[in-house]
Ligand binder design. Structure first.
Ligand code: AMP
Length: 475
């Protein structure tokens, strides 16, 4: 179901901002949620990431706040009217950026506060007065305690990615924050999944919410091609990544690791292989994390190797692939991880690399997504290193005898230092630049889009075979 934004009678400044974003039609969550939020009712929305839910809540919220718009310089005339809470800094930053774009032709002010950054600049912004405050819970509490944020005039509160907020252990912080808000307010809760805990949270803080589900909870986007490949160990997993990137002509991808240590180790290994990878995990400073993200967005980094907490909700347009280097411990994280690709109707590839130890977790994912999972064997001979180059880097099969003699061959990754800083890269792995699928819209929504055709990688192994065949680990 798609429909036009023009049916909404959004005020001119908002309609203009939407037009400038290039959105042609509403996404399903927008078509359902915007009219409800415009009426001021509470909403409990089940929407997976990448469905356009930020606009689904922020456009109607801004529309309703327009009555408070004013150009006074007095902070008292700009109290916080809407509070948007998110679990991670990156996500808060991203949502705040989107809200600023939607509000850019209005006089409504917005800002974002999150931890890991100096409080002072945030304090200055807050003291000037803002109508829309985007925040992570911990830092918001710091500002509330410092009396920088006064929340007694809040009319709207949005709990976005609520399931993750609970996972991270933010429930006590949320409860405290909500206790500072007026009772008469509209509360919007969005979550990719509706667990019993989420239902309890909604039961305590939402009044007669309208439930909106655009996809069944725990359903993965139909635009994502999901593949599971067996791999004996981390080396094989890396080979599989090399092979699939090359075969598919994929330039950029997210790679998920289950631990910070694994994330750092894998990043180093990929860099040694000559790939442009960077790590994104909770031990990185806020500055490093934002820089890593910017480098990826600018195309100066090809592989973002991340942990779940660091990557939650990141919206980077057109990430063609997600690799699960480790099968996530928690099946719901699988849904979130693969939500990084296939966003906004584009097609994407999600590859999960499965070792013999992972059978139970794969079974959990199978149950959650309600789809039969085939774990396939991937022929890796052609991706296997063939000895060392003169500089100690690995030479790769398929690059001809030159490689065996230690000469950088056609398909060998070039040393980082030998590559120009900007695209096009001289890295022969990527000399076929990523071309967005012909069907990928820039801003057009089409929810009937189907996954791209599969490559001919054979043979398939059934999940059951993993339980039966421990020798698979050695294959
Ligand atoms: P979100 O789920 O809010 O993170 O949005 C995912 C992506 O979809 C963002 O890059 C939005 O800019 C984009 N988007 C949101 N609404 C639309 C729309 N109606 N048409 C096309 N793209 C959209």
């Amino acid at each position: 179901m798609t429909s036009s934004f023009s049916n909404l009678s959004l005020s001119e400044p908002l309609a203009r901002a939407v037009a400038e974003m290039g959105y042609e039609s509403m996404t399903p969550i927008q078509a359902q949620a915007i009219p409800v939020v415009l009426t001021g009712k509470d909403v409990m929305g089940a929407a997976q990431t990448g469905t356009g839910k930020t606009a689904a809540f922020s456009l109607p919220l801004l529309q309703r706040l327009l009555k408070h718009e004013n150009s006074s310089t007095s902070p008292a005339r700009h109290p916080v009217r809407a509070l948007v809470l998110l679990p991670t800094r990156e996500l808060a930053d991203q949502v705040a950026q989107q809200i600023a774009l939607y509000a850019k032709h209005t006089k409504l002010r917005s800002t974002v506060v999150f931890g890991g950054m100096d409080m002072k600049p945030q304090t200055l912004e807050l003291k000037k007065g803002v109508e829309v405050l985007v925040a992570t819970p911990g830092r918001l509490l710091d500002h509330i305690e410092a009396k920088n944020a006064i929340l007694n005039q809040v009319e709207y509160v949005v709990l976005d990615e609520a399931d993750r907020m609970l996972d991270i252990g933010f429930l006590p912080d949320l409860q405290r924050i909500l206790s500072y808000l007026p009772n008469t307010r509209t509360t919007l809760l969005f979550s990719a999944t509706f667990s019993p805990e989420i239902k309890r949270l909604a039961g305590s803080y939402l009044q007669d919410p309208v439930t909106i589900e655009v996809a069944r909870p725990n359903e993965t986007a139909s635009t994502v091609e999901q593949r599971f490949f067996s791999a004996a160990d981390d080396d094989e997993k890396r080979l599989a990544i090399h092979k699939l990137l090359r075969e598919r002509g994929i330039r950029q991808a997210f790679i998920f690791s289950n631990s910070k240590l694994g994330c750092a180790r894998l990043t180093r290994a990929l860099e040694r292989d000559g790939l442009r990878a960077t790590a994104l995990h909770g031990d990185k400073s806020q500055d490093e994390r934002l820089k890593a993200l910017e480098a990826f967005k600018a195309g100066n980094v090809d592989l973002l190797v991340c942990t779940d907490v660091a990557a939650r909700g990141l919206d980077i347009k057109d990430v063609p692939a997600v690799f699960n280097f480790d099968v996530p411990f928690n099946a719901e994280d699988y849904v979130h991880r693969i939500g990084r690709t296939g966003r906004a109707g584009a097609s994407g590839l999600a590859v999960t690399l499965v070792s013999s130890r992972d059978a139970r977790q794969v079974g959990e994912i199978e149950k959650l997504i309600k789809k039969k999972i085939d774990v396939e064997a991937l022929q890796l001979d052609d991706a296997r290193p063939r000895g060392r180059m003169n500089d100690g880097r690995r030479a790769w099969r398929g690059e001809g005898d030159d490689a065996a003699r230690g000469v950088v061959g056609r398909s060998a990754p070039a040393p980082r230092s030998a590559r120009p800083a900007s695209r096009p890269s001289a890295d022969p792995f990527f000399d076929r630049p990523y071309v967005a699928p012909a069907t990928a819209p820039v801003a057009k929504w089409d929810d009937s889009r189907q996954p791209a055709a599969r490559p001919s990688i054979k043979p398939k192994r059934k999940l059951a075979a993993l339980f039966r065949a421990p020798e698979l680990a050695e294959s």
